[in-house]
Design a protein. Structure first.
Length: 159
């Protein structure tokens, strides 16, 4: 049995797996990882990785614990030579924002786990518009609740 935290991560991985490129109607990601994407080269691109960050904890709603988990969604795209790297970054960032933050697209993540999802920030790792690889990240904050001392039981009813 997975903890609520792992269930949330699994649901995000599933949502990433279901993403479709609207221009080609093919899967958006060739490789989806829970972890770093540093070692993935051109053959595995486009690649997306989901890593976990820190988690703030609030005990003010006894007997529940409210947690705010940082999720980092990092991606790497092999750019076509006729594309501008910044435009490619903005396109893929937009796909992620639309599919992960638009409740009409994958609201099962929110409803299944009674969570709130917010974008904290985003960034690119581009040196010039002619970079071969376009890399970027989307940072999300996921708020969820569970019973104190039992991270397997979701007791939230707020969302």
């Amino acid at each position: 049995m997975d903890t609520l935290r792992q269930q949330i991560i699994n649901d995000f991985k599933e949502a990433l797996d279901k993403m479709v490129d609207p221009e080609t109607n093919k899967p958006l990601w060739i490789t989806i990882l829970q972890g770093e994407i540093d070692g993935v080269t051109g053959v595995g691109c486009p690649v997306v990785g989901l890593t976990e960050g820190s988690e703030d904890v609030d005990y003010s709603m006894y007997p529940m614990v409210t947690k705010n988990l940082r999720l980092y969604i990092n991606f790497k795209i092999l750019r076509n030579m006729d594309e501008n790297a910044y435009e490619v970054f903005n396109k893929y960032l937009g796909y992620l924002q639309k599919d992960l933050l638009d409740l009409g697209s994958y609201d099962n993540i929110v409803k299944r786990n009674n969570i709130a999802v917010r974008e904290v920030t985003n960034a690119n790792d581009i040196f010039t518009q002619n970079d071969t690889f376009v890399m970027g990240s989307l940072v999300l904050e996921v708020e969820y609740r569970h019973k104190q001392g039992d991270p397997y039981i979701n007791t939230a009813v707020r969302y």
